[in-house]
Structure formats: C-alpha cells, structure tokens
Design a protein around this ligand. Sequence first.
Ligand code: ATP
Ligand code: MG
Length: 636
Amino acid sequence: MGSYSEFYRRSVDDAEAFWAEQAGLVDWQTPPRQILDASHPPFAKWFVGGTTNLCHNAVDRHLATRGDQAALIFVSTETGVERSYSFKELHAEVQRMAASLIELGVGQGDRVLIYMPMIPEAAFAMLACARIGAIHCVVFGGFASVSLASRIEDAEPKVVVSADAGSRGGKVQAYKPLLDEAIKLSKHKPDAVLLADRGLAPMELVAGRDHSMSALRAKHIDTPVPCTWLDATAISYTLYTSGTTGKPKGVQRDTGGYAVALAASMKHIFDGRAGETYFSTSDIGWVVGHSYIVYGPLIAGMATIMYEGLPTQGLDQQPNGGIWWSLVEKYKVTVMFSAPTAVRVLKKQDPALLAKYDLSSLRALFLAGEPLDEPTARWISEGLGVPIIDNYWQTEAGWPILTIANGVEKKPSKLGSPGVPMYGWRVKILDEESGEELTAANAKGVVAVEGPTPPGFMQTVWRDDARFINTYWSSVPGKTVYSTFDWGIRDEDGYFYILGRTDDVINVAGHRLGTREIEESISGHANVAEVAVVGVADALKGQVAMAFVVPKSGDAASDAEVALTLEGEIMKQVSDQLGAVARPARVRFVSALPKTRSGKLLRRAIQAVCEQRDPGDLTTIDDPSSLQQIKQLVAP
Ligand code: ATP
Ligand code: MG
C-alpha cells in the first residue's frame, strides 16, 4: 500500500505513463501504439492502435486459471431460482448466444437492443455482443413502450433481445406486449427479435421476426464463436442516462479504454481479488450494472451475483429483509455495491437482521447514485461493521469520479462526503457564473472535470458530437472543462461534498441554497424516513423551499394535528441548523416520494406540480401515485 496522493499526482502529471501501466491489467491482441490522442479536444482517444475484446477479458482469459470457478451467480427471489455458472459454462453460454445473434444477421458495428429482466441471458447477450463487436444498448426492463420506442428509434437495432416477462414483488410484468407496442410506435423496425421464454407470461411470436432463444441455443449448442479483435476505440455500447433532469442522453463508450478503466478500478478502488465474490444490487439497465455487475467483476476474475427481486423477499417468496445478508454469508461476498435508496428500504426492517448472518467476508460496502445522508450512512455502517464507501459518478463517467481508492490507501471516509478525486480525474470546483476555478476550501461551485478525460469516460453522445460538446463542454468558454451539472465544495482536506444538481438550487430572497443541505438537516429529525425539498416560485421572495416528508411512524400523513406538530419541529430544526432563510415555507407529509426507476428523487417533477406546471417527461417515474399525492396536497 502506498500513498494515495502520490498515486493520484502521477495519474494526472504523467497520465500517459500511468495509463500505459494500467493497460497491463488487460489482455491485448495488439498492444496500443499511442496511449492517448487528445489532439481533438474535448474528445480523448485512449490506447490508439491497440486491439482487444471485452468478452475475452471478462471470460476467455480466465478459462485456463479458473475455468471451474463460479463466474455468474444468479439469484431470483421472484421465481425462486438460484444457479451458478462457472467461467467455462459462461463461456459456452455466451458462444451459444453469439452464434444465435450471428444467425439473425448481427455483425460487427450492428446494434443489439437488450430489453430484459435481470436474468443470466441478459448478461450472456451483453457479453455475446462484446464478443462479436456488436454494440449493445441495454434498456432498463422497467420502462414501458413509449420510452422503449424512442430508444429503438435512436439506436436502430438490427436485433432486439427480450423475454416474455419480468417480475417485481411477485407480480409478473409482461415484456413482450410492451415490446410489440414499442416496435409498432417506432419508425425503425428491427429485423429480428430473440426471445427468452421464462414461462411467466404467454407470448405470441410474430412469424418471420420473432425467434425462440432456447431453439436457437439448442441449434448452436456446440458452435464455436471466437472473439473478434476490436480497435480500442471501437464502440462497445450505448446507454441512456437516468433522465432525472430531462430527456435522457445516449452515452457512447469505447472498448479498450473501458476495459482498462474497469480493470484498474477493480484493483485500486474496490480492492476486489480474483476468486472472490462481488455483489452489486443494481440493474443491468444502469451504468452500475454494466460496469459492476457484468464487466468489472468478471474482468477481475471474480464471481458476480446477479440478483432479481426486491431486497425484502426471500427465495421462498416470503418476506425476508435479510436476504441480501444471507447471500453475503453464503457466497462469502467480499465487495458489495448498492444505493442509498436500497439501504433506506432496509432501514425500515428489523435491525436484528444484520446481526443474524456471518458477514465476516465483507470488506466494504460501496454506495452510489444519489446523496448518502448521514443517518443512513451511520445506520448501515454501525450495523455492518465494515467501511461504507460513498462514490460519486455518472453514466457519462463509466466508473467513480470521487470516492476512496481502497486498494491504494485505506483513507478514512468522512460522513456526507463521497471522498476525493480518483486517479485520472482532474476534478475542479468552478464559479457558476464566471467559470473561474475556486481553490479556497469550502467554496461552493460547479463540480467539473478538466480534459483530457481518463479512459472509460464516454466517447460522445451517440451519433451527436454536437450535443456532446454543447451539453457538457460549453459552460466555460475557451476551456476544455466538462460540467457534471452537480454542485459541490471541497474541504480543507481535499474531500468533496455534493450539494445537489445545478438546477436544484433555491434562491430565497437572494440567498442561494442547495436543496441537499436542507434535506440533510430535515433527515436528521428522528421521525423522518425520507425527504425531498424543492424550490417553488413565490411572488414575494422569488422562491421558497417546500419539503415533502415520508414520516417513519405516526399518522402525519393522515392526521392534521400530528402533521402540524411535526411540521413545526422540522421547521425549527432547519432554522436552528441552517438559519431562517432555509426554513421551508411548508412541510407536507406523504407515504412515498416520486422517484426514477433507478431510485433518484424526481425533484423537477415535484417542483413542476407545486408550481401547477406540466411535470414533463415522466417515462422514467417509478410510482406515478406518489406524484398524484403531492398534486392533491398542493392543489390550489
Ligand atoms: P440525467 O442526466 O438524465 O438527468 P441522472 O443524472 O440521474 O439523469 P445518472 O448518470 O444515472 O443519471 O446519475 C448521475 C447523477 O447522480 C450525478 O450527476 C449526481 O447528481 C447523482 N449522484 C450519483 N452518485 C452520487 C453520490 N455518491 N452522491 C451524490 N450524488 C450522486
Ligand atoms: Mg446526469
């Protein structure tokens, strides 16, 4: 173990030498000729001239050393299935899938859209695409036909891979009718659809277009499909951002840079070792699922757990808030990755569940996706007794921008902070108006990254370089800086704090306040389970803060008197901690908050409803009734 500050310094001062070394963590068919080509900023091309393959690095290269070890462990508490695939078995399944795709006409550079529940076939399909140089576009299985149709139009896939159905909380969600509807709505029509039949919902196959996955698999049970060696800069996949702030952006990723970035992060950040088990509770529809369910752990030679189901149900389909911990015990998970939203669900369960299992294999729990509030961090860290490591990044980034590099130096975490800039990322705090860099400790500004961006970062917006440049790189004229659209501060020790999105700033009578700060203060109240704060237009003050709270217990949502008392307590708490300007004008109580399917608060939708405006694109919303509740509460 060395010093992280020295490691970081080298990564930015001597970036090419640093990344040339990291490139040794993956196999190359042809080694790169040039480490970095930054001649056309803001585009950064990594490992130019090198050829490699993501599937080779994730699967084939482990066959000789760990062919019989577990590679993919599938656990579905929805269907009660638990099954493990060794690297050898995974290799066989991926080739069968690749041969099926080839039979349907898929070749290098063709797009394959994957619209699947969390089943092994989804991972096989991703790896099969990588194997033959096809570009996968995974669309989160929870999306309905309109969202799906717009992605089919944008990606123009030759083939769509899907399934009869998924399942959520024991309820079957048919996918096939939604897919049929989406294809009808889309101007682009795929040549073929490859369907997994789980026997959950009836399916009608469209003659000439739809194909049974099991039939093609059987036909290609022994068809060998070698890896196609691809340029490091070949597109591996496109993936949409979560759509929290508006229309999702199609992020495009390369091959070689991504492979190196993931291999390096598995070693330096997650400290995961070959032969161990990694458990990420995300979904393959999100970037965490791409990087840390499928590619990252496998590239590192680890077994990866793919989990279908809620965190509160057992394999016997009975309520079980300890299911994840039982998997940690059973598979001796060493590294776990989840999201604050999932931990908040578990927080409502019996805390004794954490003590019931032997969690001694676990070395760290990483959390990402949204701000990790202190009470949640404290609860899980005390319960697990292992470091809880917040990490901040984006779909665009591909791997963490801010966190603790646990494999380099086990620096302590600070509550409320996702940590320090990761190697390769030149993270700055910029003044929102002038674009000047703010170097003083605790100065508030926009979190930005100075180019050239490290390997793994997006190449561009799919088929839209102009959108890439205009969306992300145009906030500071004349400088090559990428805006994250999050604002934050850096303290005197170099730790960052994310204060919210740049559009989540409230301006009360000229005072600029982050919604996150107010939410943090409110969530410290003993009876607050979850909170969302938004700025609402106000004739007098410009904007006022409005808070929506899910109480932990009691009848605040239904009993006006209880609500009034709790509202008073919360207002006083914010006044005492942040000052009277930050005190919410109103606190309202609800049973759930509107979130995206990836668990992010839809503040823009809440704000719109509060201002009697149209909430806009709601295709990513999880539970529409939560927004309805707010609508009723704020009706004039
Ligand atoms: P869109 O870009 O379409 O609006 P999105 O930004 O929610 O959607 P993602 O790429 O999934 O899409 O999420 C990245 C964002 O999530 C970050 O920009 C940040 O706002 C938030 N985020 C992620 N991790 C953290 C974290 N550890 N702490 C605070 N915020 C986080
Ligand atoms: Mg974003």
